[in-house]
Ligand binder design. Sequence first.
Ligand code: I3S
Length: 130
Amino acid sequence: SSDSQHQHAQILEKAGIVNKTKIAENGKRLRKNWAPSWTVLHGGILTFHKDPKSTPTGTTNKTNQIVPEYTVELRGATINWASKDKSSKKHVLELKTRHGSEYLMQYDTESIISDWLRVITDSIRQLDMD
Ligand code: I3S
């Protein structure tokens, strides 16, 4: 039923550290700013959190450790391995939202980033069926 699918989408699907950069917003190119990010997939929403080391004071404390930076609605999004011209880094994913924002996600360990590709692909498919 759509109810059980809806409930399925509410569970925590995955969390971990990946390197990320936003490269476009509303179809407009942005300057890359790669940074490691605590990344959470939950309820069809992908949230990238700020790198605690990049806070203005450079200090870390209990209140700024887990601050959302980008919240990405996965409904209608696409995710794929990025083409080589998108980055010189290895194992790079390209996530495009239906509103024309684009993010790159990267990690040197292929299995880590392959897992993200799989769960995000599954989540997008699940949302398409709702
Ligand atoms: O697509 P680009 O311009 O080659 O991306 C690189 C730049 O963002 C660079 O920063 P500066 O423009 O401040 O030099 C980054 O340091 C690089 O990591 C970016 O390239 P890669 O290939 O790593 O995504």
